[in-house]
Design a protein around this ligand. Structure first.
Ligand SMILES: C[S@@+](CC[C@H](N)C(=O)[O-])C[C@H]1O[C@@H](n2cnc3c(N)ncnc32)[C@H](O)[C@@H]1O
Length: 294
């Protein structure tokens, strides 16, 4: 693919996208990533696709669309484009009440072996703030307990550029406003340029992986104590959200929690899950095989 810098200029107006082309592009994003892009968001899609198309050296939507269907060869380009149409807004301790529920869950988990093990999966982790927040909360709750323990956080996202930032674990000071000083001192090391890096001992606990949430069945993930999926489902069709949640139940340990963003899903029920009453939080608990836990 030849780079043609002159076509990459943001000052040349983007070509018109016909109604048929818009439907094809919207269908592509939905089929491959579950993303719903409604006709009202056409101008957003045109800008995102158009600018990336130019950067990649194409000047018409059709040719770019065809290129993205060239199998493995076009996967890196698909990944860059996808990054342009997904929203990566996030911050540390974004949902404090949900994190309090996790902390309580850690404190209450019975230790059934020599050491207590606790596993978390953060889905749609963006640039890592959510996953590191979960790691801090679990670590603190385990430190408050006696006895040996181990924990891990698997953090997945479809966006490769976001995961690169997440793995580095380097953030500007302004991103750390939600953290109290004690956590800041404990889990972050100042860098010479004024930014802060998550300390290695915490980074080691978090494993970042590129994963399309709709392909989770292809990834061998162990049973989880918590699946944390906030501000991700809203981008998908309602029916697909429910199917997805049905699938996620299989990854939870009995007693494990599925924590969603409030309003992410309405009217979802599952025979093996019960609602957890926790103010301001939409959460479900997996029932033990014989019946209810509470
Ligand atoms: C708004 S961010 C939410 C970040 C974080 N969960 C939070 O609440 O702060 C949504 C994230 O979902 C990711 N995402 C969107 N579609 C996805 C998919 N099909 N599979 C996995 N991640 C996806 C995006 O890349 C983005 O990083």
């Amino acid at each position: 693919m030849a780079a043609r810098p002159e076509t990459g200029s943001p000052f040349i107006p983007l070509p018109e996208m016909s109604g048929r082309q818009f439907r094809e592009w919207a269908e592509l994003f939905e089929r491959r990533a579950g993303l719903v892009i409604s006709p009202e968001r056409k101008s957003f899609l045109v800008t995102a696709v158009g600018l990336r198309m130019r950067e990649a050296g194409f000047d018409d939507y059709e040719a770019y669309y065809q290129w993205l269907h060239r199998g493995r060869e076009s996967l890196p380009e698909w990944s860059l484009l996808l990054d342009r149409v997904t929203v990566h807004e996030t911050r540390f301790f974004r949902h404090p009440r949900a994190l309090e529920l996790v902390s309580r869950h850690v404190s209450d988990k019975p230790c059934e072996g020599e050491a207590l093990s606790y596993q978390v999966w953060s889905i749609g982790c963006a640039t890592g703030e959510e996953a590191y927040s979960l790691a801090m909360v679990v670590d603190q709750a385990l430190l408050a307990r006696s006895g040996r323990s181990y924990f891990g956080v698997v953090a997945s996202d479809i966006s490769v550029p976001s995961l690169t930032v997440a793995r580095e674990g380097i953030y500007k000071e302004s991103r750390l406003d939600e953290l109290d000083d004690r956590l800041l001192r404990h889990y972050f090391a100042p860098l010479e340029d004024g930014r802060f890096r998550v300390v290695e001992s915490l980074r080691r606990r978090v494993c970042f992986a590129q994963m399309n949430i709709f392909d989770h069945a292809r990834h061998p993930l162990g049973p989880m104590d918590v699946i944390y999926c906030q501000n991700v489902l809203i981008y998908f069709q309602r029916e697909r959200r429910k199917m997805l949640l049905d699938g996620l139940v299989e990854y939870l340990l009995p007693g494990g929690l599925l924590i969603l963003g409030s309003g992410d899903v309405v009217g979802w029920n599952h025979p093996r899950m019960e609602r957890v009453r926790w103010d301001g939080v939409l959460a479900y608990r997996r029932l033990p095989p014989q019946g209810r836990t509470t």
